[in-house]
Ligand binder design. Structure first.
Ligand code: FMN
Length: 216
């Protein structure tokens, strides 16, 4: 698979089968991920790969924390979104809600609940940034995660980046023994999507180039 095809075919999977991912495949995935560039090659990241029953145990812990504290995915929890972004969010819903309904899940809760379950993926990669760096260096980790998503596509794996879990950083760090001086910035569910799931038919739209690219 060439890079363009990986970019064009990758999409977030939100309904994984229980087929496990071979540990050798996960190792290859992480080798490719860690080839990502970083400022001064400092590689400020730490990745924790969680597999099998440990994913389910972590998920139970996150659901418990969510039931107590209830932080959701919606970005305007923090401040209102400008109209442009409100419209993009609505567009996402127009495409995705009918598929969620077809799958028989509640669109109001599916993303939050599903995220905390890593959509039943058999493996999860938790990405963290060393606290010595300013938050802007999460950019380096984000690049590496981009590498991960594309390498996964080539390896025949499906993925879904999951940021919601960062709201429960203390629980994650405690469960996974992530060193105190690292901050959890993102996670990625990894596995094999159910091919017949209506949820996995969803392909998110993109804004026209004129809206998001300027030329001088
Ligand atoms: C930083 C980041 C955080 C994300 N967090 C979540 C999440 O918590 N739950 C979820 O279902 N999807 C999450 N996503 C996936 C996005 O919703 C998805 O990438 C976007 O809708 C575009 O769809 P696509 O990945 O299928 O192209 C996240 C993506 C990124 C980049």
């Amino acid at each position: 698979m060439d890079v363009s095809r990986a970019i064009e075919t990758r999409k977030s999977c939100r309904d994984f089968s229980d087929r496990p991912v071979d540990e050798k495949v996960l190792r290859r995935l992480m080798e490719l991920t860690c080839r990502a560039p970083s400022a001064i090659n400092l590689q400020p990241w730490l990745f924790t790969v969680v597999m099998g029953q440990e994913v389910r145990r972590l998920s139970r812990k996150l659901h418990k924390a969510h039931a107590e504290r209830g932080v959701g995915c919606a970005p305007d929890n923090v401040r209102p979104l400008p109209e442009l972004y409100v419209e993009r969010r609505k567009e996402l819903g127009r495409g995705f809600v009918p598929l969620m309904q077809e799958a028989g899940v509640d669109p109001a809760t599916f993303i939050d609940q599903g995220s905390l379950s890593f959509y039943n993926a058999p493996a999860v990669v938790v990405a963290a940034l060393h606290r010595v760096f300013p938050e802007g260096r999460a950019l380096d980790v984000g690049l590496a995660v981009g590498w991960l998503l594309l390498a996964a596509a080539e390896l025949g794996l499906d993925t879904c980046p999951i940021g919601l879990i960062c709201a429960y950083e203390d629980e994650i760090k405690d469960f996974l023994n992530i060193p105190e001086d690292y901050q959890v910035v993102l996670s990625v569910a990894v596995g094999y999507g159910k091919p017949d799931s209506p949820i996995n038919r969803f392909r998110s739209p993109r804004a026209p180039l004129e809206q998001v690219v300027r030329w001088y």
